[in-house]
Ligand binder design. Structure first.
Ligand SMILES: [Zn+2]
Length: 438
């Protein structure tokens, strides 16, 4: 039944085929729930999730009559990826752990099928002053016949002897998970909270496995851990989805959002990415629907990026290989995380670009209609897909909601049910108000 529903969505028989112009959270919810569905498998390499999402999004543009820039909606590129859609099971003693609730495996981990002896070590071994001790330990461990998993408890705060040593410790802890100075098959890391999933380490293949454990899970009595992990370092052949509406003035308003997310961790966990960033994609489609029926004098370009979670790779690819003349962009608005908004809206990089009229238009509309209780501004940062454009001198802003993130960050709970959308319609109306002033 689920498959049938998914096929209907892919064929565009629901959701994106409806022609209405009002900013509409029911429309947004349908798009978000489709993108965040198990069939899309977290919109990355696993189960062709990103490809399914791109097919659905291009069908949405096509159904509303918004055409590609050239002949096709896709701009192809590829990026490094890890496919973790096989086994990703961990057992402590006889107890099978629950993925994500009890443990998380770093995306770049090496595949591993072994029972490992747990060796508890002090994180102080990471300090430069203890290098000789560490080397001695490495030599001893290299002779061990049983594979070893080093366990480090980072939940307990480290009391450094000086500020410099505190800095050294922080640096060592940051490098630890990417470099594994112990040269063991696995690292078990306990922190106060399981860290969010990220694809930041996707570029390099490691020869060790990093497992984060829920605080308090590992007991003295646990002597070994069994890991059954399939993981493949490969490349994801993917695409940005681009569509365009032509206007009378030869200059562009560009709306962007990334549609990719974090894929899967084993067969039981996928990352739905409703807030991050099915919601931004829904808003871009909603804006496309609006401007198709209420044309403005500018060309309007829509770009839905892949590869954001792997390091802004889709937007970098577009900025390096633009389908339009970047110097003709009047304003680029990058939308991310629009499920929330209970604490207002953040506008990033407003002040350093010549978009005063847009901002003033938004601020005046907000004053008049009280769309959001709070419009905050902050400086530019390399935190989303506007950044590769600002680096090329394109006037680009990043807009995201504040508050109302109920499903967690980069976690399986960021799902369709947790996406409130209470402030969604106000957000889209506010953006349209600003665009009207340009
Ligand atoms: Zn993200």
């Amino acid at each position: 039944m689920k498959r049938l529903l998914f096929l209907l969505l892919l064929l565009g028989l629901s959701g994106c085929s409806s022609i209405t112009c009002a900013q509409d959270s029911a429309f947004a919810r349908q798009v978000i729930c489709t993108l965040a569905s198990p069939e899309m498998a977290g919109r990355n390499i696993e189960r062709d999730g990103a490809a399914k999402a791109a097919a659905y999004l291009s069908r949405c543009f096509s159904n509303m009559g918004v055409l590609p820039v050239d002949e096709q909606y896709y701009q192809y590129f590829s990026c490094p990826a890890f496919a973790m859609d096989g086994h990703a099971e961990v057992q402590l003693g006889l107890h099978s752990l629950s993925p994500q609730a009890d443990y998380r495996i770093a995306d770049y981990s090496a595949a591993l099928h072994a029972r490992l002896k747990i060796v508890r070590l002090s994180p102080t071994l990471l300090l430069p002053k203890n290098r000789a001790l560490l080397e001695k330990w490495q030599q001893k461990a290299a002779k061990s016949r049983t594979p070893v998993a080093v366990y480090l408890n980072l939940a307990e705060p480290y009391k450094a002897a000086s500020e410099a040593e505190g800095q050294e410790f922080l640096q060592a802890v940051l490098k630890l998970r990417y470099e594994n100075p112990f040269h063991t098959a696995a690292l078990l890391i306990e922190e106060t909270q399981l860290p969010p999933q990220s694809l930041a380490g996707s570029e390099y293949e490691r020869n060790f496995t990093v497992i984060y454990l829920r605080a308090g899970l590992l007991k003295r009595a646990h002597k070994s851990i069994t890991v059954d992990l399939d993981n493949r370092h490969t490349r994801l052949a993917t695409q940005n989805v681009c569509a365009m509406e032509r206007g009378a003035v030869d200059s562009f308003i560009v709306f962007t959002a990334h549609y990719d997310h974090l894929g899967m961790m084993g067969t039981r966990v996928y990352y739905p990415g409703a807030h991050d960033n099915a919601s931004g994609c829904a808003a871009v489609l909603d804006l496309a629907r609006h401007f198709h029926h209420n044309p403005i004098r500018y060309h309007v370009l829509y770009i839905l990026f892949s590869g954001e979670e792997s390091g802004l790779l889709g937007s970098q690819h577009f900025a390096e290989n633009p389908l339009i003349d970047l110097s003709k962009i009047r304003l680029l608005l990058n939308l991310d995380m629009l499920c929330g908004g209970s604490d207002g809206l953040m506008l990033e990089n407003v002040m350093s670009i010549d978009s005063g009229r847009f901002y003033q238009g938004m601020a005046a509309a907000n004053e008049q209609f009280r769309y959001h209780k709070n419009l905050k501004v902050r400086d530019n940062a390399p935190n989303s897909d506007h950044y590769p454009f600002t680096a090329k001198g394109v006037p680009a802003m990043f807009i995201y909601t504040l508050g109302g993130r109920y499903g967690g960050y980069h976690a399986p709970g960021d799902n369709c049910e947790q996406c409130g959308l209470e402030e969604y319609e106000q957000t889209v109306r506010l953006i349209i108000s600003g665009i009207k002033k340009l």
